[in-house]
Ligand binder design. Structure first.
Ligand code: ATP
Ligand code: MG
Length: 660
């Protein structure tokens, strides 16, 4: 990014005011921005009072040795105590913590805070019996069942950092992560359910244990939840059933309090761009950051709200906004095991209707899939309980935002587009539902207590109306502390680019509009250069999605002799557009090219558009553009191991071969 101006900025003039009743009773009001700016540390110290500390801190922030931060120095705290015990002690033991909805219909469980306390205490006792001590790492490889939350909190309770590995990952991926953070215990299940079928987990663990041994890491114990009842191989000296151990253990457990900077977990990033990084989060600051932002961004009213975050617990969103944020705030939440289309494409909306969900948090990839399926599906359900909608994971195209607001939010509910990363631990840039006049597609401004800027190559803020690099200008409580075992890579990856200014380099492009509000433009690595014009992928994708026949689009820059790079687009059509068969694709492609030209300008007009049935996505639902670039440049397709469905690339290549 040598020139900070991007040549393809979209115009978006729709505005949505906060609903009056929500604004009147909002948890956070406009004044919080100025107050936090005036004294950031005092602001975060005030938020830290939300939690129960065994011993208060004597210093809010130690930034004497940047980029290595310490927050709430000298404080002592236990994350599990804050997520469970204190609610029970405050008389909320009978409150439902988790409405668990299994994938098989009618397989449900209701877990109160008192139940959760008993279960977490049992698991903590068992882990201690299995030899896990404070500081030891524990890998968790489970489906979305209540035991995953119990396991995480039990680890936190005894000070053993967990590393949750997404249950869809392979034995290799599990082995690499186990070896990298030297985990000596793995918690897993015999298997799980997916789209009505039983899948196995334990064989992958057996394989991973062998592979980890080759990599030099011995796994002493494997704790196994019986979920499906399928046959499993068993090693008596190593394997332990959850129901024989945890469920027999004492429900009493006295917890110890740990230093505020005690490691809470290691989370490997999703690997959209390359080798996963082991992000380290610690206890006090992380809990303050997630607890505050969950309460502020969703305007949480813990006594009446029913919250649902659809993320898998294998991603950071599942950590911060399904476990630590919501439970520290004593919410009642839905946890769902299955996929949105099983047993029917309205399952999510049915769950919202059945449980009266009021706050709903999901990803643009899901929203665009529902757009593709059609609005008539959610229209069959009563979604009137919903009062706040959230989005996370990728830029939300304006058209997807408006669809979400209208179709799921009944045209009355605010949408909060939340920008953050595994590294940031907490939401950083987002509207506030009772304050912000929302603009579809914009994450708006940094939250109170957070410093963000858009800068040019030299680290200088760009003027309103132009684009550049997104940076974070001030330390924040839930920030990553380092990459596990690799301080050098930590400094190099995030802090070297703008070392003079001391800014954290997020790796994303962004623009400031004329009001100074922020728009995320996709990863810096994905920016294209066409005839010397720098073009963002996000804006061209959003232009394509604004065409009524398009559900989803991915754009890459492919090498071009004439222009340096040329815009190549991959497009999924809405089902309604396919009804007449795939008629006249040539005309449609020309129509789409012209549409981009009209929305953005001639420079952004794609050289090539391919209509495809699917797009390559990571398991967390993000588009993997580097693979599409391989196709557009007629190369062998690169590493597909982190793809959710590796056959997608074969489908796309077939299309390409057919000369689409
Ligand atoms: P890796 O760093 O291993 O390549 P990843 O960046 O996909 O993986 P995450 O930490 O889960 O892993 O994702 C953070 C990234 O997701 C952000 O840097 C940004 O590119 C994108 N992102 C998340 N939320 C938003 C949002 N609301 N708007 C725009 N982009 C978003
Ligand atoms: Mg990243």
């Amino acid at each position: 990014m040598s020139d900070q101006t991007l040549s393809n900025l979209l115009q978006e003039n729709r505005r949505f005011e906060p609903p009056a009743d929500l604004a009147a009773d909002a948890n956070v009001k406009e004044e919080a921005y100025a107050r936090s700016d005036a004294d950031r540390e005092a602001f975060w110290a005030e938020q830290a009072e939300r939690l129960d500390w065994d011993q208060k801190w004597d210093r809010v922030l130690d930034w004497d040795n940047p980029p290595f931060a310490k927050w709430f120095v000298g404080g002592r705290i236990n994350a599990a105590y804050n997520c469970v015990d204190r609610h029970v002690l405050a008389g909320r033991g009978d409150k439902v913590a988790i409405h668990w909805v299994g994938e098989p219909a009618n397989d449900t469980r209701t877990i109160t805070y008192a139940d959760l306390l008993g279960m977490v205490s049992q698991a903590a006792n068992t882990l201690t019996d299995l030899g896990v001590q404070k500081g030891d790492r524990v890998a968790i490889y489970l489906p979305m069942i209540p035991e995953v939350v119990v396991a995480m909190l039990a680890c936190a309770r005894i000070g053993a950092p967990h590393t949750v590995v997404f249950g869809g990952f392979s034995a290799d991926a599990l082995a690499n992560r186990v070896a990298d953070c030297e985990a000596k215990v793995i918690i897993t299940a015999d298997g799980g359910y997916r789209r009505g079928a039983v899948s196995a987990l334990k064989p992958a663990v057996d394989e991973a244990v062998a592979k980890a041994a080759e990599l030099g890491q011995r796994v002493d114990k494997v704790l196994v939840v019986r979920r499906t009842g399928q046959e499993v191989d068993w090693d008596d000296s190593r394997d332990v059933w959850w129901h024989d151990s945890v469920e027999q253990a004492s429900t009493e457990h006295d917890c110890e309090f740990f230093d505020s900077e005690h490691p809470l977990y290691v989370m490997y990033t999703s690997g959209t761009t390359g080798k996963p990084k082991g992000i380290l989060h610690t206890t006090g600051g992380y809990l303050v950051g997630t607890s505050y932002t969950h309460w502020a961004v969703f305007d949480l009213k813990a006594d009446t709200d029913v919250y649902w975050c659809t993320a898998d617990v294998g991603w950071v969103t599942g950590h911060s906004y399904m476990v630590y944020g919501p439970l520290s705030n004593a919410v009642t939440q839905v946890v769902y095991e299955g996929t949105p289309d099983s047993p029917h494409k309205g399952r999510w909306w049915e769950i919202i209707q059945d449980y009266g969900v009021t706050i709903f948090y999901t990803a643009p990839t899901a929203i665009r899939t529902f757009m593709k399926w059609g609005s008539d599906i959610p229209a069959k359900f009563d979604l009137s309980s919903v009062r706040v909608l959230g989005s996370v994971g990728e830029p939300i195209n304006p058209e997807a935002y408006v669809w979400y607001r209208e179709t799921i939010g009944g045209s009355r509910v605010p949408v909060v587009d939340t920008w953050w990363q595994t590294e940031t631990g907490q939401i950083m840039i987002s509207p506030l539902p009772g304050v912000t006049h929302g603009k579809p597609g914009s994450a708006m401004r940094p939250l109170p207590g957070v410093g963000a800027e858009v800068v040019n190559d030299d680290g200088e803020p760009v003027p309103n109306g132009s684009g550049g690099f997104l940076v974070l200008t001030k330390p924040w409580p839930a920030m990553l502390r380092t990459l596990w075992g690799d301080d050098e890579r930590f400094k190099e990856t995030y802090w070297a680019r703008f070392a003079d200014q001391g800014f954290y380099f997020a790796g994303d492009g962004a623009k400031k509009d004329d009001d100074g509000d922020l728009w995320l433009l996709g990863r810096v690595d994905d920016v294209m250069n066409v005839s010397g014009h720098r073009l963002s992928t996000t804006e061209i994708e959003s232009a394509l999605v604004s065409h009524p026949k398009v559900a989803e689009a991915a754009v890459v820059g492919a090498a071009d002799e004439m222009t340096g790079q040329a815009v190549c687009a991959f497009v999924i059509l809405r089902e309604s557009a396919l009804e007449g068969g795939e008629a006249a694709p040539d005309e449609l492609i020309e129509e789409l090219r012209k549409h981009v030209q009209k929305e953005i300008g001639a420079i952004a007009k794609p050289r090539q558009i391919m209509i495809v049935p699917e797009l390559p996505k990571t398991r967390s639902g993000k588009i993997m553009r580097r693979l599409l670039k391989d196709v557009a440049e007629h190369r062998e397709v690169g590493d597909v191991t982190t793809l959710a469905d590796s056959t997608v690339m074969d489908l796309i290549k077939k299309k390409e071969g057919a000369g689409a």
